[in-house]
Ligand binder design. Structure first.
Ligand code: HEM
Length: 422
């Protein structure tokens, strides 16, 4: 929660969470089917800051209804317009007054206030997750999730992109704890209405569907955070991307952080050093950051998020590409019009994204800066030349991303419904 965090000077290494000894951490396997593990008392969360619950609900419905999305592009875009200014998007403490990377939110001096808030992995040790976590307690969990994801992606291919992004937006905000799925309540300020997610993040309903199916056979066993991680992997494989073994055993938070969702997620106007430091603060390397950006090989972005770039007449954008994109993204209005992040193979998770960057056809500014004469040029070049290098680095980086500050053992809960606390 924002209130638990303080702004202070912080070196990336401090919050990188890696390489610590986890020997003392208690690890609890869920009990077999029908006997959910005892839950720790639910911790009250921060009071509502006056967000409108209705707005949140509308966003959730809208995002899971592709028809609504197509029918109302402006509505989606107009919401974004309020914050669609370079330098202001995705991070209201990242303005010019701050040195890049200097001020990062960190867990503050006040210690976690209860069992559900304790994050032993956050500052003391690395995640203890295991690919066999549900083998005994819910052996069908992964098949069930895959079926839900397969159905969703076959009815709308973009959903693969949306699900991968949902896992990312979960993990970067208080760790991979399904906090992004929590709806607004009098005690929870939802992350769904945070600027990077509002009218943008999609796929909540798919995760909820998968959870409902899993609950039928294994009530109270499989966490929503794990479902997000598995869904992201399945989504990747369904659109031609790499597969990997998902580590499991994450538990779900009882809190969300709207504030952190607006400070810790990277923004489309971020310069390279900010992208690098933002990922470093999550324990991810520059190479991880570039590999993970390859997720922009699928999915779409809204006009207002790339408008400045296509009208910039800059030297870092192909003129023909800019002019094509301008047709569907006028200088005024139509904020929500969508364009593919990868113009060549928009529905295939492959290394074409990096080839596009070499041709100066990255859609977002934050894509093109990966090839802007800095330290990531060589990585972009490597991935553009080698599909296997990209595929294996992407998979490894997704695993590392899934390791960010999970709740394990007695911490957190297994939610029954992903959008709310039991
Ligand atoms: C490097 C910093 C990143 C920035 C600045 C960034 C920013 C964005 C933005 C602005 C959009 C378009 C949102 C919209 O128009 O509503 C987007 C879409 C997307 N992002 Fe990222 N992103 C980054 C990293 C990542 C990572 C690490 C992943 C996953 C591993 C990811 C996966 C996606 C996907 C798949 C989409 C398309 C979603 C869809 O079509 O529903 N992004 N991103």
């Amino acid at each position: 929660m924002g209130s638990e965090f303080q702004l202070r000077k912080e070196s990336p290494a401090h919050s990188a969470n890696l390489g610590h000894n986890c020997a003392n951490e208690q690890r609890t396997q869920p009990k077999p089917q029908g006997q959910p593990p005892p839950l720790a008392p639910v911790q009250k969360t921060k009071p509502n800051r006056g967000q409108q619950g209705g707005k949140n609900k509308e966003a959730a419905i809208h995002q899971n209804n592709p028809k609504a999305q197509q029918a109302k592009p402006n509505q989606q875009g107009d919401k974004g317009r309020e914050y669609a200014k370079p330098g202001q998007v995705y991070g209201n403490n990242r303005g010019k007054n701050y040195q890049l990377g200097d001020w990062m939110p960190v867990r503050g001096k006040s210690p976690p206030k209860g069992p559900n808030k304790a994050r032993p992995n956050e500052n003391s040790c690395h995640a203890q997750l295991s690919s066999t976590f549900y083998d005994r307690t819910c052996p069908n969990a992964l098949n069930t999730i895959r079926t839900s994801v397969r159905q969703a992606v076959s009815s709308e291919r973009r959903m693969a992109a949306s699900l991968i992004r949902l896992h990312f937006h979960d993990c970067f905000v208080q760790g991979c704890d399904a906090s992004i799925l929590l709806d607004e309540t009098p005690t929870i300020v939802s992350e769904k209405t945070a600027l990077p997610n509002l009218g943008s993040a999609r796929g909540y309903g798919i995760i909820e569907d998968a959870k409902r199916e899993v609950e039928k056979t294994c009530p109270g066993v499989v966490s929503c955070a794990d479902i997000l991680a598995v869904a992201a992997r399945d989504a990747s494989t369904l659109v031609g991307g790499p597969s990997w073994t998902v580590k499991l055993g994450r538990r779900d938070s009882t809190t969300a952080s709207h504030t952190l969702a607006e400070t810790d997620l990277p923004g489309p106007f971020d310069p390279l050093d900010r992208l690098i430091s933002g990922f470093a603060n999550k324990g991810l390397s520059t190479r991880d950051m570039v590999a993970l950006s390859g997720a922009h090989s699928i999915g779409q972005a809204q006009c207002f998020l790339f408008r400045d770039r296509i009208y910039s007449n800059g030297t870092d954008i192909d003129a023909g590409f800019a002019s094509t994109r301008r047709r569907q993204c006028p200088q005024e209005d139509q904020n929500g019009n969508l364009a593919p992040l990868d113009l060549v193979t928009p529905n295939q998770l492959d290394n074409t994204y990096f080839k596009n960057l070499i041709q100066r056809k990255g859609l977002l500014q934050s894509d093109q800066v990966l090839l802007g004469g800095g330290s990531t040029d060589s990585i972009v070049s490597e991935y553009s030349n080698s599909p296997p290098a990209f595929a294996s680095d992407f998979a490894a980086a997704m695993i590392r991303m899934g390791d960010i500050s999970p709740l394990t053992g007695q911490n957190g809960i297994i939610r029954t419904v992903c959008g709310s606390i039991n």
